[in-house]
Write a protein that binds this ligand. Structure first.
Ligand code: ZN
Ligand code: ZN
Length: 746
């Protein structure tokens, strides 16, 4: 059939699909891209449904505009992917154009049609000196040829043509003459653009699995071929990665593909290297370091079935893996699986949806499962598989609490208790390594004027600047704005500014004073930009560093065999956040960081400094006891009516004029409240209120929280009020964003 009407997802933040007409004689199917007129512009959209011979009734007799060009002769996105994007748009109530856009790599999604094409891999030409001189070698050579040969002889490996030309100044003509005389060879090969290819990955074979690992593998292997959801709950060091590798190999053996999601791929070069070693060339590493060309090339190879395994952060969920046989979500409790811009999807939850749509088992792995996943086990939606012991019968590290209320301090700033400092010294003396953890970067939390009580706030945000002594600047952690430190208080002009609170930078400085000969490094957002993280991890693993001080980045699944001591400087740092998940996050972080100790044949020791040793998150983390923590946490969620017992939707409003934002939020809360009325208290609309951080980047922020006992009722209330919260409907200059299942409330 040719001609007819198609439904097109257009990349604009507007609700709904748009109807276009295919000109007579033109054919196209769902999953094909089309160029369409949109207002005065032309945009690239994706056909989602059609073509239908009749115009849809919603057009109301109006004429549909015509598609100006069909870009793809055959669909670039398959039907299952379209269904997944449609599901996202419905569930998260997000504009379809944004949701379907998730399916396409940036080049396909954003470029004008004539620029779209499949890029070839980059061709690299390398010059190699030939060992046996050819017959013409005895001829006299020009001085430039002689010089080039001498340089090549001294150069290690095979340099590229560009390198040879840059170093010796010869032109392509001279190079060609060298080739003609059989003195050198120029070899071309296609280079696929993948920064992780440079990673060292010698081939590796699987170790023998423990009985628990084997049982886990057998369970998942038995589930291949259909949807089942698993929660793989394995204590730190229990060898979850080996289970992942074995079940991926099982899927590959059946001719199926696999998808592996990790929280932040830049933090896990070691995990990626292990996957590469074991699975070899069949793995695509999806990484933000890939340029758009490289991402496109990778996407094309995955879609063509050349790369059956994809590993990446949350957006890898949309990789066009062919014949999907398995999805693994590692560290499923991590908040980074949730996207913080529209569409605000949670990749762990979507992994279950995609597995369900495509008939593949989904394995969610964690040492510290989220309350949501645990509740899903209790509801029978996930099956629990447990690895309750470390591999090689290694003991769990011993965790000791240092009660800061009664401890003796080693320094006047009260960062180090004497007991922690002594153990750090002993560990270094034994030539073993230490991790010190504090989840706050910078030197001091803020500057306070002792004379007038003023705090130095960011001019654009309602938070204090953090003092970064190394950079010599005050930095806003929300908007990154920075300024030099003023000599006197800007409020009272007196010399009263003091530093309050401490961050990783200060821990580093104090420790250097306390143990001058220790080799110390710091790992946080300030020290790990670009490739610095990989180098830092390599230095630490190579034993060039005795003490690694870091924020939560050091807690993320790293395996440092020589680390026998982990020190937590202030365990309760995250408990002050206005968030019902504060205890859960603290428990997870403490348990994960404690798990970094003693992962090889040396036993580990963990010292936790805290003013709140009785707090239940800290108490249970000390015993690595996830079950006991959740047994205490989940009833609290039920009693306080928070997820996973209930379902949340959070509206965030912002604008330059606080009065407009406040009025918009109040109007929205009123509309939601009346829509919730029929549900008699099962859908609760909280009064509009300023966000805990009232202002960010000069914009004032308000929130409206909806809390419901039933998912369906929540969805209905939001649907009924959709006309109210559409873009630009509330008040002039006020933007509104809806976050279903929000993870942050700041
Ligand atoms: Zn002052
Ligand atoms: Zn700021």
């Amino acid at each position: 059939m040719t001609g007819g009407y198609v439904q097109v997802a257009v990349p604009v933040p507007v609700d709904g699909l748009f109807t276009y007409r295919l000109p007579d004689g033109v054919d196209a199917a769902p999953g094909c891209r089309v160029q369409v007129p949109f207002g005065p512009r032309r945009l690239v959209g994706l056909i989602v449904a059609g073509p239908d011979p009749e115009p849809p009734p919603a057009l109301g007799g109006r004429a549909a505009r015509a598609v100006t060009q069909v870009i793809d002769a055959t669909p670039v996105v398959d039907g299952q992917a379209l269904r997944l994007a449609g599901w996202i748009s419905d569930y998260y109530m997000a504009p379809p154009g944004e949701c379907y856009g998730l399916l396409l790599p940036p080049r396909l999604a954003n470029t004008a049609p004539h620029e779209v094409g499949v890029p070839r891999a980059r061709i690299e030409e390398r010059v190699r000196l030939l060992p046996a001189p050819g017959p013409a070698a005895a001829e006299r050579l020009g001085p430039r040829m002689e010089a080039a040969l001498a340089w090549l002889d001294a150069a290690p490996g095979a340099p590229t043509v560009d390198e040879v030309r840059a170093a010796t100044g010869i032109g392509r003509d001279v190079l060609r003459r060298l080739v003609d005389r059989g003195l050198v060879a120029v070899e071309s090969r296609a280079v696929h653009r993948d920064p992780f290819e440079a990673l060292e990955a010698p081939p590796d074979t699987a170790p023998a699995l423990t009985a628990a690992q084997s049982a886990a593998v057998a369970t998942v292997r038995g589930a291949l071929g259909g949807y089942r959801g698993f929660l793989l709950h394995g204590v730190t060091g229990s060898g979850k990665t080996e289970v992942y590798l074995a079940i991926i190999e099982a899927a590959l053996a059946q001719g199926k593909g696999a998808l592996v999601l990790v929280p932040e791929i830049a933090l896990t070069p070691q995990l990626v290297a292990r996957f590469r070693s074991r699975l070899g060339e069949c793995i695509a590493v999806q990484h933000s370091g890939l340029d758009p060309e490289a991402r496109h090339e990778q996407w094309r190879r995955v879609a063509a079935g050349e790369l059956p395994v994809v590993i990446g952060a949350r957006s890898a969920l949309f990789a066009p893996v062919q014949n999907l046989g398995l999805i693994v979500v590692d560290e499923e409790h991590e908040a980074s699986f949730k996207q913080d811009t529209s569409p605000r999807y949670h990749a762990r939850d979507l992994a279950l949806v995609r597995g369900n749509l495509e008939g593949a088992p989904v394995v969610l792995g964690s040492a510290t499962p989220s309350a949501e996943s645990w509740a899903n086990v209790e509801r029978g939606k996930l099956e629990r598989i447990s690895l309750s012991a470390r591999v090689m019968d290694r003991p769990m590290p011993v965790v000791e609490v240092v009660d800061l209320r009664s401890a003796a301090y080693a320094d006047p700033e009260r960062l180090f208790s004497t007991v922690l400092l002594d153990v750090v010294r002993q560990t270094i003396a034994a030539r073993e390594q230490v991790i010190l953890f504090l989840n706050r970067r910078g030197f001091a939390s803020f500057l306070l004027c002792q004379e007038c009580g003023a705090k130095l706030d960011c001019t654009a945000c309602s938070v204090t600047y953090t003092w970064h002594r190394h950079r010599g600047r005050l930095v806003c952690h929300l908007c990154d704005e920075s300024r030099p430190r003023p000599a006197v208080c800007p409020e009272c002009r007196r010399d009263g500014l003091i530093e309050v609170g401490f961050g990783t930078e200060q821990v580093e400085a104090r420790l250097a004073e306390l143990i001058p000969d220790a080799r110390i490094a710091r790992m946080d957002r300030d020290t790990t930009r670009g490739r610095a993280l990989e180098r830092l991890l390599a230095r630490f693993r190579g034993g060039e560093v005795d003490v690694l001080i870091g924020t939560q980045m050091v807690a993320k699944g790293h395996d440092f065999p020589n680390v026998t001591l982990v020190g937590v400087l202030l365990a309760e740092l995250g408990l002050g956040f206005p968030d019902f998940r504060a205890s859960e996050r603290t428990f997870q972080l403490m348990t994960q960081i404690a798990g970094r100790a003693g992962r090889a044949d040396k036993p580990g020791r963990v010292l936790v400094q805290t003013y709140l040793p009785e707090q239940y998150a800290i108490r249970h983390a000390v015993h690595h006891d996830t079950l006991a923590f959740l047994a205490e946490e989940l009833p609290l969620r039920v009693a306080r009516r928070f997820p996973p017992a209930t379902h949340l939707a959070l509206f965030r409003l912002s604008g330059k004029d606080p009065a407009h934002v406040g009025q918009g939020a109040t109007a929205l809360a009123r509309a939601l409240t009346s829509a919730a009325l029929p549900y008699q208290g099962r859908v609760r609309v909280m009064p509009a209120q300023p966000a805990p951080i009232e202002r960010v980047k000069h914009r004032w922020r308000f929130q409206v929280l909806v809390n419901a006992d039933h998912r369906g009722a929540l969805h209905q209330v939001l649907t009924d009020t959709r006309a109210e919260w559409g873009e630009g409907r509330l008040a002039p200059g006020v933007t509104v964003g809806l976050d279903i299942d929000p993870l942050t409330f700041l």
